[in-house]
Design a protein around this ligand. Sequence first.
Ligand code: ZN
Length: 69
Amino acid sequence: MGNNPADKKPSSTVNPEGTKPNPGDQGAPGTPGVGENVCRVCSGTGKVAGAECPTCGGTGVVLEELGGA
Ligand SMILES: [Zn+2]
């Protein structure tokens, strides 16, 4: 066995917390002016009709632009 240069390695942009953007997210975590908000689709339950909410990815929260006041 040897090192295979074609071996897939994790991207350097992997989020340490394993969070990934959801369809309902309007910005990346940590972006100024973007904050967590309760998902309007599932009302924060993370589920819709017994299934994982596709908008927030089952987290119950989405990242939305806060319209900086
Ligand atoms: Zn949701």
